[in-house]
Design a protein around this ligand. Structure first.
Ligand SMILES: [Mg+2]
Length: 383
């Protein structure tokens, strides 16, 4: 079997109302669907979070030409070939060896995202070629994977009790763990919000805080001490974007709450250094943002050896397969508490992991187990 082409379907749809994390206003749901085509008619599908979509699609077209003719089951060779384009190579400076010249340094987030989308599509295709789901390819047997609901995006004029109501609904829907956005308000207002949510969910439900990088080390220690009485499982992405493992080590030494990190990393080398630092208890690499399922798998094996628990960021329908294969070395997969958060996924996917009573149920459908609903893809296409 040979790869013939990679096709990209960029999609975008406005949210019913804007929402905020501590860092950014979110107005639209955006996904680039990646279709891997082969000479035997077999198709694999991957996806990419992030943007700008135009640049990501241009990179996918470049990569399509690079990997055309390769064996789609050779995911590692394909990954290495694409990744090698990000660095200088002998004779490569002008693209004189027939491959693209070393790719621009300022496009690295989009390059790693495009590699990720292709890689996910290869794993989907591999499962379909063998007629088994990805979790079984990895040796997994668990068809029920622990999951949690994420919510608490900031909205204009929202009161803490409005936020608490959303969390009471998550618990009523069967979730045993929930994650709350934090970091956008004053410390006093954040504590009020966390307290309201804890009161709404009761003492038996796990509560994680997703912070989106609002603090320096000192500020985060004060935050951690203030919210610790509300029994918090982890502080996710607590420190400013430029702070490094050494800063996380200082925070971990003083924080009464364990730390989680990884969704903003582009590859295993920086994640390795966070794991090696001993500062993080949970690692949250996201295949759909960067570097794909292969890189998530490499990170998961490394984390397991180091006693760091994997808790992949987002994309339940993909990451539940990884969590299945890692048993107790995985916390679980993240699900969409509110279907309005990911309207594109909600409409373009048929089948795949379904959430029931706080567990993601995996099926025996091959690959990632998802059929694409093409009329919805057309409806949401952004170019
Ligand atoms: Mg997060």
């Amino acid at each position: 079997m040979k790869i013939t082409e990679v096709r990209a379907y960029p999609m975008s749809v406005p949210y019913a109302e804007p929402r905020w994390t501590a860092h950014e206003r979110m107005e639209r749901d955006q996904v680039v669907l990646v279709e891997m085509r082969t000479d035997q008619g077999l198709l694999g599908f991957g996806e990419i979070a992030g943007g700008p979509q135009k640049l990501i699609c241009e990179l996918l077209a470049t990569f399509s030409a690079v990997i055309a003719g390769m064996d789609p089951l050779g995911h590692d060779e394909i990954w290495q070939k694409l990744f090698s384009l990000t660095s200088p190579r002998p004779g490569g400076i002008g693209g004189w060896d027939g491959l693209p010249a070393p790719l621009p340094r300022n496009q690295r987030p989009q390059i790693m995202a495009a590699i990720g989308g292709i890689d996910i599509a290869l794993w989907d295709l591999k499962g379909k070629a063998l007629g088994i789901p990805v979790f079984r390819l990895l040796g997994g047997t668990r068809t029920a994977v622990f999951t949690y609901a994420t919510g608490g995006y900031y909205r204009e004029n929202e009161r803490p009790e409005d936020c608490a109501e959303q969390y009471a609904r998550f618990v009523a829907d069967g979730y045993h763990a929930v994650k709350l956005k934090t970091g956008a308000l004053s410390l006093a207002d954040e504590v009020t919000r966390v307290r309201a949510v804890r009161e709404a969910i009761g003492p038996g439900v796990m509560l994680m805080l997703d912070m989106n990088a609002p603090y320096d080390v000192g500020g985060c220690i004060r935050f951690a001490e203030a919210v610790a009485p509300y029994d918090i499982v982890w502080l996710e992405e607590p420190l400013h974007w430029y702070l490094q493992p050494a800063d996380y080590v200082r925070l971990a030494a003083a924080s009464p709450i364990p730390l989680a990190h990884g969704e903003r990393e582009w590859h295993r080398y920086t994640v390795r250094d966070f794991i090696d630092s001993g500062a993080i208890r949970y690692v949250q690499f996201d295949s759909t943002r960067a570097a794909g399922f292969t890189e998530s798998l490499r990170i998961a094996h490394y984390a397991e050896q180091k006693g760091v628990v994997i808790a992949p960021h987002s994309a339940l329908h993909i990451h539940a397969h990884l969590a299945s294969a890692f048993g107790d070395a995985a916390f679980g997969a993240e699900s969409i508490g509110d279907p309005g958060r990911h309207p594109i996924h909600h409409h373009i996917h048929r089948g795949g992991a379904a959430v029931e009573d706080g567990m993601a149920r995996l099926t025996e459908a091959p690959g990632f187990g998802i059929e694409i609903d093409w009329p919805w893809v057309e409806k949401y296409r952004s170019s």
